[in-house]
Structure formats: C-alpha cells, structure tokens
Design a protein around this ligand. Structure first.
Ligand code: NAP
Length: 308
C-alpha cells in the first residue's frame, strides 16, 4: 500500500509531489490523459515568480517533473474512474486495476469548455475547431481565424495566433473584455486583431471538404446574423473541472469544483484526502496558486500521516 497517491501532473500535482517526496513519503503520481496539465499547451508563462523574462509552459512543467523525480517521485499512467476514499485504506480504480493508499491528493485540474453549437463537434481536432493555439496555431499560417471568448485565455490565444495568421477576429459576447487590462490592451491594440463585440457564436460552417470556412454569429443587440469567414475557430471560453469520477464522494459546487472543508483550501471532508489546483479553485486558477495549493496539500498530508 502507498503512503500517498497524487492524482494529476499539473502545477498542483507536481508541486505536491516535490514536497511529499522531500518529506520521504515516496509519492506515487498518477498521470491521466494530459501529462503536465494545461500549462503544456500554453506558450509563454510571464507571471510565474522567478522567471523575469518568462518561461515556456512546457518547459516549466518539464522542470517541475524533473524536480519531483529527483527526490524519488514515481509516476504511473492511469485514468482513475472510481474511488473509495473513506476509511484507513483508500482505493482508486482505473478500470479493473486498483491502487491502495493511506492518503490521497486530488489535483486533476480542469479541461477546456466547449460551446455545443452546430459544427463544433464535427470539425473538432484536425478540421479547424480547436482549443489550443499553441498546439495548432502554426497550421493556420497566412489564414484568417476566429478566437471565441473574452478572458485572458482568449486574448492570449489571439495574440499568439498573430504570429502566424493574416487576421484574427476576437469574438466576444459582450462589449467589454473580462481579461486583465494588460492583456485586453495588447489584444485590442494589435493591428492583426479585429474585435467582434456583442457576437454570440451560433454555428460553425464547413466547406465542401468538411473543414471550417466560417463562424456564424448573432448580434446580441440587434439579433442580426453574419458569417465571419475563417479557416480556424479557436474556442477559449473557460474550463470544466475534471472531477466526474468523484461524484457523490466529496462535496462539489454546481459547476463540479470540489468544495474544501470550511477554513481550509485543501482539506476535504474525508480524513487523509486533500485537493489542490484547478479542480477545486474556480476563483484564482493560476499556475502559482495551483502550486501553492499543492504545497499546502502535501504538508497537510505529511502531518496527517504522522498523526496516524
Ligand atoms: P474566463 O476568465 O472564465 O473567461 C471566459 C470567457 O469566455 C468570458 O469572457 C466569457 O464571457 C466567455 N464565455 C463563456 N461561455 C461562453 C459561451 N457559451 N459563449 C461565448 N462566450 C462565452 O476564462 P479564461 O480566459 O480561460 O481564464 C481563466 C483564468 O485563468 C482567469 O483567472 C485568467 O485570469 C487566468 N489566465 C491567465 C492568463 C495570464 O495571466 N497570462 C492566461 C490565461 C488565463 P463573459 O465575459 O461574458 O462571461
């Protein structure tokens, strides 16, 4: 049986692993379907303390992984679909395979939210609809694309795409961006970015080859419709926590974020079970706050195990 299993290899999971490993807990980290988490699909991370000129998201996660490995963290690939967390022995199941552990840190992160409009699912991945400019931007060299959303992610995606694309239309449902002022300024003042304000995405249109050729939007004020010609649609409208495997095990809010015990960010209602990062944080959702929660969860775990 393990002393501690950490679910997730994003900033929260790997920071928890570094702390748990340095506390001689010999942690086992289970990595799911997106090793390294969301930062691996980010371009430049400019706000992680300690990197005055920024760091590539993939490199940051690679560094964290190396640091965790250096202190003895073990990694195993599995997608956990069921858990039994009550009691002294906690069981985590990946299909038929069961992992047993005395304690557990859940740091499973979140995934991109989709729109659910016609054309989106049909053309997702390879046919012009995507949620990752860093991964797919280079495929749209010298083409017109649309980015949907009004937050920091949408601005970041739009700015990144200006490196390749001839024109980026940033499609937002209101007339004011949600993004931080610095990101909003950069996006709205960029010569290659055109704003489509008050525009509600209605459907994504395919050409004869089944690939994206336009985005139909409805004007939120007048109700009129128009098609924005584009070869790529980048969706950046927020995230959904990866917590469905925990249903009816831990308290969650209406959006599926794990709700920690009152007075703690990382302690859950079940003894020996902790949460960290975006699966439990719908407010800050930053790499550094996820790392901070991972650190807290590992320290709490160490103390709890010592008490047992
Ligand atoms: P977000 O801040 O929640 O923004 C989501 C955006 O999508 C909002 O503008 C929202 O519109 C729009 N939206 C949501 N559902 C929609 C729908 N069905 N149709 C059309 N538009 C829809 O999400 P985020 O941009 O992913 O950012 C998440 C967190 O990560 C934030 O705290 C952000 O600061 C942080 N972040 C930081 C950086 C950075 O600092 N470099 C980069 C990326 C993300 P409304 O505004 O009308 O609600």
């Amino acid at each position: 049986m393990e002393d501690v299993i950490i679910l997730g290899t994003g900033c929260a999971g790997l920071t928890a692993a570094i702390y748990a490993a340095r506390a001689n807990l010999n942690p086992l980290v289970i990595e799911g379907s997106q090793p390294g988490g969301q930062l691996t699909t980010t371009s430049e991370v400019e706000n992680f303390p300690g990197f005055p000129t920024g760091i590539d998201g993939f490199d940051l996660m690679d560094n964290l992984r190396k640091q965790a490995t250096r202190f003895g963290t073990r990694f195993e690939h599995a997608v956990i679909d069921k858990v039994e967390l009550e009691g002294a022995v906690k069981r985590l199941y990946a299909g038929e395979k069961a992992f047993e552990t005395r304690s557990c840190i859940i740091a499973t992160g979140a995934r991109p939210r989709l729109l659910g409009i016609p054309g989106e699912a049909e053309m997702y991945g390879g046919k012009g609809v995507t949620t990752c400019a860093t991964c797919d931007g280079a495929f749209y060299r010298d083409m017109d694309v649309a980015v949907i959303g009004g937050g920091d992610s949408a601005c970041e995606e739009a700015l990144f795409l200006t490196r390749f694309c001839s024109k980026v239309t940033l499609v937002h449902r209101r007339d004011e961006l949600r993004a931080s002022p610095i990101m909003a300024d950069r996006a709205t003042s960029h010569s290659k970015i055109e704003m489509a304000w008050n525009s509600l995405p209605k459907s994504i249109v395919a050409d004869d080859a089944g690939k994206v050729c336009g985005l139909v939007v409805t004007d939120a004020i007048t109700g009129s419709e128009r098609t924005i010609p584009c070869k790529g649609v980048f969706i950046a409208i927020g995230h959904i926590p990866n917590t469905s495997f925990l249903k009816e095990t831990l308290p969650m809010d209406a959006d599926g974020y794990v709700v920690p015990q009152h007075g703690s960010q990382v302690r859950t209602d079940i003894a020996g079970v902790y949460v960290a990062g975006d699966c439990a944080d719908h407010i800050y959702r930053q790499a550094i706050t996820a790392a901070g929660m991972g650190c807290q969860a590992a320290i709490e775990t160490e103390r709890w195990l010592a008490e047992q």
